[in-house]
Design a binder for this molecule. Structure first.
Ligand code: PSU
Ligand code: MN
Length: 305
């Protein structure tokens, strides 16, 4: 039997941070290639990296480039990826296949967790996670992000779940899978563009040190899986749920009418909501991703303390 060694390339900055024990925050790349249009996607990716550096931590954006898994991208690599066409959307199922084929792929939350774990990175910031889609009782469309949270020991900071999902069912699946859902600083589970929802969060913590302690305790107990930290969007940036409800309903109907299925559903809905709100959804999206990056940097620092 011959063994294949994994090609995992750390950016110079990430390599240095690992050597020095500097806190590192993982970032996904599907949000860049499939979540936002060019050129805002590139501007946001750079801004979020800068936010993490401003906190004294180092960003590690994950991607598969020509078959090689990268933890941390150079500016040139980031610019190329943000403009690239036909980039694969890579989740747990696709990752080894896309790598073996020498292709380029952007990592979802699930794949970013896998990459972070391989690179020895404990904390990851994103916008929203995938979840249980509306109508999942017929379509069975449940994101692999949820089961990844049950398998891989990474703390993921997100702004809750988008109303394109069935949020109560998403929380149920997380509970079934033993994933702690910890809302930061409030009792209400945040609803992505809105800071609050009518759902109570299963768990609550009010500071980064406590979240880091819970991460360490889970590890000490040898429980597999990570944590979902739900960080509310700053009040100044939120969009009322009532304003977005008709837009989401329209986008969801169009997806169904056009027969959009599988991995195309989430990117289709995100793009349509962007168009139907004249880009307003994106402004809020940017604010919440930056907010999540800052909290993730604090958690990563607390894990090193
Ligand atoms: N939800 C968002 N923004 C995103 C995504 C989800 O609000 O960009 C992306 C993430 O990369 C997430 C993926 O991991 O979509 C989930 O896709 P699916 O629903 O096909 O599992
Ligand atoms: Mn899906």
């Amino acid at each position: 039997m011959s063994l294949i060694s994994l090609d995992l390339v750390l950016s110079p900055e990430v390599e240095e941070a690992k050597k020095n024990g500097t806190p590192i925050v993982a970032l996904e790349s599907t949000i860049i290639t499939h979540g936002m249009p060019y050129p805002q996607n590139l501007e946001v990716a750079k801004q979020v990296e800068a936010d993490i550096r401003a906190k004294g931590a180092v960003p590690a954006t994950m991607a598969v480039l020509n078959g090689t898994l990268h933890a941390g991208l150079t500016n040139d690599q980031l610019e190329e990826l943000a403009q690239a066409k036909n980039v694969a959307k890579v989740s747990r199922a696709d990752m080894p296949v896309i790598m073996a084929q020498g292709r380029t792929g952007a990592t979802t939350v699930a794949a970013t967790m896998i990459a972070a774990h391989l690179a020895g990175i404990d904390v990851f910031a994103t916008g929203g996670i995938g979840g249980v889609h509306k109508g999942a009782e017929d379509s069975f469309d449940i994101s692999a992000d949820l089961t990844e949270l049950a398998h891989t020991p990474v703390t993921v900071v997100a702004a809750g779940a988008k109303a394109i999902l069935d949020v109560p069912k998403t929380l149920e699946v997380l509970e079934t899978n033993g994933v702690p859902v910890i809302t930061y600083g409030q009792d209400s589970f945040p609803a992505f563009w809105s800071a609050t929802s009518n759902l109570t969060s299963p768990l609550r913590m009010d500071n980064a040190a406590d979240i880091a302690a819970a991460h360490k305790t889970r590890g000490a107990m040898a429980l597999p899986g990570g944590q979902l930290v739900a960080n509310p969007i700053p009040a100044a940036d939120e969009i009322p749920a009532s304003e977005l409800a008709p837009v989401i309903a329209q986008a969801t109907e169009e997806a169904e009418a056009q027969g959009v299925t599988g991995k195309d559903v989430t990117p289709f809905l995100l793009a349509r909501i962007f168009e139907l709100t004249d880009g307003k959804s994106l402004v809020a999206n940017i604010a919440l991703v930056r907010n999540n990056a800052r909290l993730a940097a604090d958690i990563a620092a607390a894990l090193k303390a």
